[in-house]
Write a protein that binds this ligand. Sequence first.
Ligand SMILES: C[S@@+](CC[C@H](N)C(=O)[O-])C[C@H]1O[C@@H](n2cnc3c(N)ncnc32)[C@H](O)[C@@H]1O
Length: 248
Amino acid sequence: MTTTIQETVPSAQQAIDRKTVVQKLLSQLGGGTYLEIGVELGQSLLPIEASQKHGVDPNPIVPVRHRIRMLMQNMFSRNKVHLHQMTSDDFFARRNSILGDSKIDVALVDGLHTFEQAYNDVLNCLQVLSPRGVIIMHDCNPPSARIALRARSHSEALKEFPADGDLRWCGDVWKAIVLLRSFHTDLQTFVLDTDFGLGIVSRGAATSKLSYSREEIEAMSYEFLAARRTTLLDLRPATSFNEFLASR
Ligand SMILES: C[S@@+](CC[C@H](N)C(=O)[O-])C[C@H]1O[C@@H](n2cnc3c(N)ncnc32)[C@H](O)[C@@H]1O
């Protein structure tokens, strides 16, 4: 839900956004299959170009004119787009009947913004990810305690905020990065310092590891993150995405 207010973020943080990262990865594959968990208005799902796109959201608010465009695309183009109105957990429970044998090349995890759900979404994405596939996680580097507020939805978070027009909210998704870096040495996980923190998860031996227990991670505060975000997130400059892309 950070898409509408990016102009308030320092320009250096917008060097590259999630759509560009997703599109560059897909283009490298010459098309590919894209999965987006959390679609909302379709601001990322709709412009992304891929052979197959799957969007998952229990309450998508994709405008009617775009839904009509999607129907037309499915009738007349080889590139198909599917909107699944359900939670990510339901989608993955039905993944065999929905996806069949097809694998996901690039996934964007941007649904329910609690760390437990973001973490589960990543683990479930791995079940359907192609061998060289990449998972992108949005909102992994909240710039303030307020933006990192733990809540089950954007509207729930807004009830806690003063009515000052600042709608930015990431939740505690950052803790999913700490979990991945603590428990999954078979995954390369780091965060690009752009677009509120883009987590990049791919298969391969982790280059560095954390050693926190799940209980320690659950108890971590925003202040704990703020004091050591480079170490906790393996936070890298946005420009390092080019190195990652070249290495694939
Ligand atoms: C931040 S918005 C997504 C923005 C979109 N990815 C973009 O880039 O423009 C989060 C969306 O996640 C959806 N959501 C909430 N719980 C979900 C769940 N359990 N599974 C999938 N999506 C969920 C919400 O309905 C909301 O539309």
